[in-house]
Design a protein around this ligand. Structure first.
Ligand code: UD1
Ligand code: CA
Length: 461
């Protein structure tokens, strides 16, 4: 089996500089979804017809290397695009002549592997053309399926070429077709562009097959979300929500408690163990793993991170490239950046930013701090307003804080600097040299009191 994916169209109705097939659904370009589904059918080859923004489209797909296996992807340029039939014509020289060909659309991202497999099976059983059709309450914009008195398919008429009686037909062409390569090549080479749009319509191959006495077989879906195509921003948003609903459904059937399945966005891969609870308005990006019993509060953004079992992430936390140990408590309003590694039972409170730092078991930084490039041991208490001064304007330096250290509030640690085991830093210290173990280190101007001090008074006029 060979797959041809049509993705050369400009997507004028998107009103965007980005090629249409690169607009994302669930954080991945639409074309990526189609390629992934195509690969799951294990074809011999995949041919993608590109035109508008060809280099950009190709580059974006090559950034998703898992999509180029197992079948190799052949890129074919259609310039300028002259219709779906013309697009398939560009792919003909690349097809294996004896194979079955499946035609997919770069702007119909939700189509399922199961439906496509059925379409291929239909074409194979009949050694002829099979078309996926659907019944829609509002068929406007789609090509209509015209059947004869015996209910056999005769032809497809595009909306722009249809009269009122044909427009009233509710069975539409989804665009998905399967046919033997040799037949497809013969029909496509014989297409003309004598129609309202002056385009070579792929849909005209139906009438060509019928004219040769070969029946066209329909696989009909009674209304279906998977066949919806994206032509406008409204369509994209509608399909995004359908996709997100599907993910929410999968999470719930795996035992995840979603406060509201309509208010979650997964833009990548979210893996959750059972008994994870996710509150409203959370966004998950890239690869996120959440272990059993973890609780995610409302309006958190979590990207490429791992959350340990029974951890609690309070509202409005932003977590990116971090590993969070079991039973840790984060936020509200925490920001964990790349290279943050928290062991078990760590507490990171409000307005604390952590970057490229390791915190050992049961260490705490509960308020208003910046911890960057720091190695922090176990049971360390970081007081409010503590800042690691990790950057000297040219280089980054590390701060090392050993086990059981107590850091008073409003301390600056000017890196590179080490605080020894069990040390205490007095509030307000600016630490520029290492602090020894088990001692109090403090840098602070002596406190003085001036008795009988009078504040300046306003002059009487
Ligand atoms: C097409 C079908 C219509 C069907 C609908 C389903 C034709 C003539 N019409 O209409 O019957 O109901 O899909 O969604 O086939 N493309 C190219 N090169 C081109 C033109 C288009 O690669 O020259 C690609 C586009 O990038 C897109 C796909 O083909 O991925 C469909 O093109 P589009 O212009 O959106 O066709 P529709 O008007 O939706
Ligand atoms: Ca379309």
């Amino acid at each position: 089996m060979n797959v041809v994916i049509l993705a050369a169209g400009k997507g004028t109705r998107m009103r965007s500089g980005l090629p249409k097939v690169l607009h994302p659904i669930g954080g991945m370009p639409m074309l990526g979804h189609v390629l992934r589904t195509a690969q799951s059918l294990k074809p011999k080859k995949i041919i993608v017809v590109i035109g508008h923004g060809a280099d950009q489209v190709k580059a974006a797909m090559q950034m998703l290397p898992e999509l180029s296996a197992p079948a190799p992807i052949d890129w074919v340029i259609q310039d300028p695009p002259q219709g779906t039939g013309h697009a398939v014509a560009q792919a003909l020289p690349k097809l294996d002549p004896k194979s079955m060909v499946l035609i997919l659309y770069g702007d119909v991202p939700l189509i399922s592997r199961q439906t496509l497999q059925q379409l291929i099976d239909t074409a194979e059983k009949n050694r002829g053309l099979a078309v996926l059709t659907a019944m829609l309450d509002s068929p406007t914009g789609y090509g209509r399926i015209v059947r004869n008195a015996h209910q056999h398919i005769e032809r497809i008429v595009e909306e722009k070429d249809a009269d009122a009686s044909i427009r009233s037909i509710c069975e539409i062409n989804t665009g998905f077709m399967a046919a033997p390569a040799e037949n497809l090549a013969a029909w496509v080479s014989a297409l003309d562009n004598h129609n309202a749009q002056k385009e070579f319509y792929l849909t005209d191959i139906i009438a060509k097959s019928v004219a040769q006495g070969n029946a066209v077989h329909a696989l009909r879906r009674d209304s279906s979300e998977e066949i919806l195509g994206v032509n406008s921003q409204e369509d994209r948003a509608q399909i995004e929500r359908i996709y997100q609903r599907g993910i929410a459904q999968q999470l719930m059937s795996a035992g995840i408690r979603l406060q509201d399945p309509e208010r979650i966005d997964v833009l990548g891969q979210l893996e959750c163990a059972p008994d994870v609870a996710i509150n409203i308005g959370c966004v998950f990006e890239g690869n996120v793993q959440i272990e059993a019993g973890a609780v995610i509060g409302p309006h958190c953004v979590i990207r490429n991170s791992r959350i340990g079992h029974d951890a609690v992430i309070e509202a409005f936390s932003h977590i990116d490239g971090a590993t969070i140990g079991p039973k840790s408590v984060i936020g509200p309003y925490a920001r964990l950046r790349a290279g943050t590694e928290l062991a078990e039972g760590v507490h990171i409170g409000n307005f604390v930013e952590v970057k490229n730092s390791v915190l050992g078991p049961r260490s705490k930084a509960n308020h208003l701090s910046y911890l960057g490039d720091a190695s922090i041991g176990s049971r360390v208490n970081v007081g409010a307003g503590t800042i690691t001064c990790n950057y000297d304007g040219a280089e980054k330096h590390r701060t090392i804080i050993e086990d059981d250290v107590f850091i008073g509030s409003d301390t600056q640690l000017v890196a590179p600097v080490t605080v020894g085991k069990g040390a205490t830093l007095g509030a307000g210290t600016t630490l520029t040299q290492d602090a020894p173990e088990n001692a109090l280190t403090i840098s602070r101007a002596q406190q003085v009191t001036i008795k009988n001090y009078r504040r300046p008074q306003k002059k009487e006029h």
